[in-house]
Design a protein around this ligand. Structure first.
Ligand code: IVH
Length: 521
């Protein structure tokens, strides 16, 4: 496409344009802007200056305002402002979105290769290797090159329509480049960069909003929210790795063909894709990424091994939910050794008492860990861990770090065994035992349970009260401003203003979101 030149041309006065000319210009501007977005956001090599781009963009905005009959959800101007919705619609996927069988040992990978050889009956099987992106899996559907809709994976058969949110992600093309097929459904991952994630969390904490636990949750949270404007310009990226269905397009015989074709349409693929034929290369690839995963700006939790040729895929077929031609080889959990300083007991929202290991802080795969769960008293006994011991801890993905075993120090005199307290460490009530667990019977009159309850209540999976995070809940409980849910709902804005770290504005915001949750009950 000849792009640089037209942007230099002075545009004709709007009033002089007839409908046909306007339509033509709108269409060509949309194409051109998408083309430049692609070079800017996907290729990282802009073809025109920012000013020239802005000129194109403003011209398109003007034309669309004047000729609303040509409005289209696929217009790049739609990335700038979209209406919030009250709930996400359901959509059925073009093709069942399968998941991957996941393994964690070399032996299981050998078994997989062996079964492909046995059941496929080819001379030399080719495998495509890719990192396994730890993001949010989506389906995008293009008709005649225009983005028709995008959906979450959901249960694999149908997902939620998140088109409006996806349109805000710069690396999601609204129009395909080059010659587009009649119909195209692709699968990819929306992810948040590590740096973007940290920035976003800093911002959220400043605004008294709850921080996201990890980049995957952040990406998922952004993708499933109801107001697309909150995504605008955010740190989300897209990587595509699978063509689910294509009609009226080029002939593709293999995954490798698909991976070479997608970028030509503007669908970004990962630069680390590899085609191999030997198990040695697969093992090397896995080791390399296990070592280097922290250097990437996005999170990965393993590698994916896929049979390359589609003819062989067909012969192998699929199981109920996962194909026989692909496998996820997860990374082993990150491990570290450190000293256990003391064992404390934490009380959860349901009253369960959990022994928690307080550790000498240690870096486990890029994250500083100073607490790890010991689950329950039986586990503490079984592992025989005591304060002062050296322990091995593991962190698999984003789950809570866990103490897995004690490292023996033969000559050392150890401290005495840990015992569960007789009383709740938070409220002093006498605790009782049920199976492996101890409970505090006090319910919401126990501060720890009340705190846990309120945090859960405000969380995204429950009432989603933005601005009511752990720190604030703790203040409310400690100052005895809130003793139950009803009191939270009645909390006057004046009292919120008294809390640490609140301005008038942020207090009003929190008050409004509590009232919104109250109405939504
Ligand atoms: S291929 C049949 N390649 O991991 C499935 N999936 O259950 C074909 N995932 O949600 C998918 N990175 O969306 C493939 N490089 C990659 C991937 C990948 C992440 C996701 C997939 C699914 C999950 C596994």
């Amino acid at each position: 496409m000849d792009s640089g030149s037209r942007s230099q041309v002075a545009f004709k006065n709007l009033a002089q344009l007839n409908e046909r000319e306007a339509k033509e210009q709108i269409e060509s501007l949309r194409k051109e802007i998408e083309y430049h977005n692609y070079h800017y956001y996907v290729k990282n090599s802009p073809k025109i200056s920012d000013e020239a781009f802005d000129r194109l963009f403003h011209r398109l905005e003007e034309l669309e305002r004047r000729f609303p009959q040509f409005d289209s959800a696929a217009s790049p101007t739609q990335r700038v402002g979209a209406k919030p919705v009250s709930r996400l619609k359901k959509v059925k996927h073009a093709v069942l979105m399968l998941s991957l069988n996941a393994v964690s040992s070399e032996k299981e990978v050998e078994d997989f290769i062996e079964s492909v050889r046995r059941n496929g009956g080819e001379k030399e099987e080719e495998f495509v290797l890719e990192p396994k992106f730890d993001g949010f899996s989506v389906e995008l559907v293009y008709r005649k090159g225009d983005l028709e809709y995008g959906a979450t994976r959901g249960d694999g058969e149908s997902g939620e329509d998140i088109s409006a949110n996806l349109r805000m992600v710069r690396q999601v093309p609204l129009k395909l480049q080059g010659e587009a097929p009649e119909f195209l459904a692709v699968r990819g991952e929306i992810y948040m960069s590590r740096t973007g994630f940290q920035e976003l969390n800093k911002q959220r904490i400043k605004n008294n909003e709850e921080a996201f636990a990890n980049p995957r949750n952040a990406a998922a949270g952004m993708m499933r929210q109801l107001d697309p404007n909150r995504i605008k310009g955010g740190p989300l990226g897209a990587i595509f790795y699978d063509i689910l269905r294509i009609e009226g397009g080029p002939r593709l015989d293999s995954d490798w063909d698909a991976l070479r074709q997608m970028p030509k349409w503007g669908l970004r693929t990962d630069e680390h894709n590899k085609k191999v034929t030997s198990i040695d290369r697969i093992i090397r690839y896995h080791h390399r990424f296990q070592e280097q995963r922290e250097e990437l700006d996005y999170e990965i939790d393993g590698i994916v091994i896929k049979v390359n040729r589609f003819s062989l895929r067909e012969r192998l077929g699929t199981r109920q939910r996962s194909p026989r031609w692909a496998l996820a080889w997860k990374f082993s959990p990150k491990k570290e050794i450190t000293r256990l300083r003391e064992i404390v007991v934490s009380v959860g929202r349901t009253g369960i008492l959990t022994p928690v290991a307080m550790l000498e802080p240690v870096n486990v795969g890029g994250v500083t860990v100073s607490r790890a769960t010991l689950h329950n008293i039986d586990e503490v006994r079984r592992k025989d861990v005591r304060p002062g011991d050296i322990v091995r801890i593991e962190r698999a993905g984003d789950v809570i770090p866990e103490v897995v075993k004690r490292i023996d120090e033969p000559a050392k005199k150890r401290q005495s065994e840990f015992r569960m307290p007789k009383e709740c460490p938070s409220c002093g009530s006498r605790v009782y035992r049920e199976g492996a667990y101890w409970f505090c019977p006090a319910g919401l009159s126990c501060f720890a349970q009340l705190t846990g309850h309120l945090i859960h209540f405000a969380s995204r999976s429950a009432m989603n009260i933005s601005g009511l995070g752990e720190k604030i809940v703790k203040q409310l409980v400690r100052r005895e401003m809130v003793r139950n849910l009803a009191q939270l709902y009645r909390l006057p804005v004046e009292e919120i203003k008294q809390l640490e770290g609140f301005s008038d504005r942020s207090a009003e915001k929190l008050y409004a979101s509590i009232q919104q949750a109250r109405r939504a009950r």
